[in-house]
Structures are given as structure tokens and as C-alpha cells.
Write a protein that binds this ligand. Structure first.
Ligand code: NI
Ligand code: MN
Length: 226
């Protein structure tokens, strides 16, 4: 799998020729000013919840790609009313099978409203499985026990978890989450974008190392293969 980081919680995963972009927030993120949104290609846009810092660039990316938007019913329908025709509304516990793999919507503990204040349903995370690979994108969330169910059902290669604290898990809870879902590799997101979520990267990497977890902190715009 190829993993590209576009800043904040925005990640592009290439898995078996499918390009999945999660939670696009690029043009309003000064840290991501080098990323050219016009050149992003995607087959799917997956949204964990309706907050601005997760959905700001959906329409721009959709305009160029017509990628299918996968989100909770409320978030998907909100975008549908704004002209996004290619949507796949889901809800928690639901699984959809595509010809290349499956997407399951799983629980998250957070909140969710759309940028205009509309109700955004409940926040979610996703598990994506394709061939031998599977990964978990938790979305903005607190640590919670339901994560253990993911390890019962899937054999994950890695997890994408928030580590910035304040609005989501911090590094200590994220490392517990990694053990709950059964991974020893974590791509950290949702840090440094705002003053309240600035982290000490070295300290986070050391804490992960102490728990034998590989914490991957990508520079914005960088790609790695996992
Ligand atoms: Ni949020
Ligand atoms: Mn957020």
C-alpha cells in the first residue's frame, strides 16, 4: 500500500489500484500550502465526520475526480444537496463490498456537524480490506473499547490514528488503541495544525518505541510504502 500525507488528517491510500482519500482539508491548512489539490487523483473520498477540518476540500476534489464519497448518511446527503452526485451513504456497523475489497464503517467517539451547522450524524472510522491488506482509519476519536472488536474481525497491517490530543486521542491513548486493534505500525495524524494540537514529535516517537510500535510521522506531501 502507498500512503501519502496531505496534512492534518488527510491521507491518500493506494491499495490494489484503488485510490482512497480520507478527510480532505488542504487549501485552508497553511502547513499544506505546497500540496496542489488540482493534481490529486482519487477513486473514493471517505469522510469520518462533518467537521470543517475533515471535509473542506471535498467539492474541489470531487469536481476533478468524480470520486465516490463514502460517509454517514447525514454527511453524504449534505454533499449530495450541494451537487455531489456520486455518493455512498453508510452507517455504523455497515460493510460495503466493492470488486476490489470492503469498507466497513466503525464507531468513533467525537462529535459531527457540517460546516453550516447542519446535523452530521455520528462520527465514524473505517476499516478497509483489499486482498491481503487491511487498515484502520479511526477518524477523530477518543480511545474506546469497541476498537477491540476490530482486532477480532480483521488482521490489520497498520492504523491511521490521531495523536494531537485536545480534540482527539493523544499519543498515549493512540498507542493503547494500536494494541486494541492489533497493529504495531501507526501513521500519526491530526497534530501540529493548530496551537492546541502541537506535539513534541521526538517524545511521541520515543513513547511509541518504548511500546515496540513503529510510529510513522510523514512530512506533508510525502509518500511511503507500507
Ligand atoms: Ni472533528
Ligand atoms: Mn478534527
Amino acid at each position: 500500500m502507498k500512503v501519502t500525507y496531505y496534512g492534518h488528517a488527510c491521507i491518500l491510500i493506494e491499495i490494489n489500484d484503488q485510490r482512497l482519500i480520507f478527510d480532505p482539508f488542504i487549501e485552508d491548512n497553511p502547513l499544506a500550502e505546497k500540496v496542489d489539490i488540482q493534481h490529486i487523483e482519487a477513486d473514493y473520498i471517505l469522510l469520518s465526520h462533518g467537521h470543517q477540518d475533515h471535509v473542506a476540500d471535498v467539492e474541489k476534489i470531487y469536481a476533478n475526480t468524480k470520486a465516490k464519497v463514502i460517509a454517514t448518511h447525514e454527511v453524504a446527503m449534505w454533499f449530495n444537496k450541494r451537487g455531489v452526485d456520486n455518493i455512498h451513504p453508510m452507517n455504523h456497523g455497515g460493510k460495503v463490498t466493492f470488486d476490489w475489497g470492503i469498507v466497513k464503517m466503525v464507531n468513533a467517539i467525537h462529535s459531527s456537524s457540517l460546516p453550516d451547522g447542519s446535523y452530521g450524524g455520528n462520527p465514524a472510522g473505517f476499516v478497509v480490506e483489499s486482498g491481503e491488506h487491511a487498515f484502520y482509519f479511526s477518524g477523530d476519536t477518543a480511545l474506546h473499547q469497541d476498537m477491540k472488536q476490530i482486532a477480532e474481525e480483521f488482521n490489520l497491517t497498520f492504523a491511521i490514528l490521531p495523536i494531537g490530543d485536545n480534540y482527539t486521542m493523544g499519543i498515549d491513548d493512540a498507542l493503547k488503541a494500536a494494541s486494541y486493534v492489533g497493529v504495531n505500525k501507526v501513521v500519526g495524524v491530526h497534530f501540529d495544525t493548530f496551537p492546541a494540537i502541537k506535539i513534541d514529535k521526538e517524545k511521541s516517537l520515543m513513547k511509541a518505541g518504548d511500546k515496540n510500535i513503529e510510529l510513522v510521522l510523514l512530512n506533508i506531501g510525502d509518500t511511503t510504502v507500507i
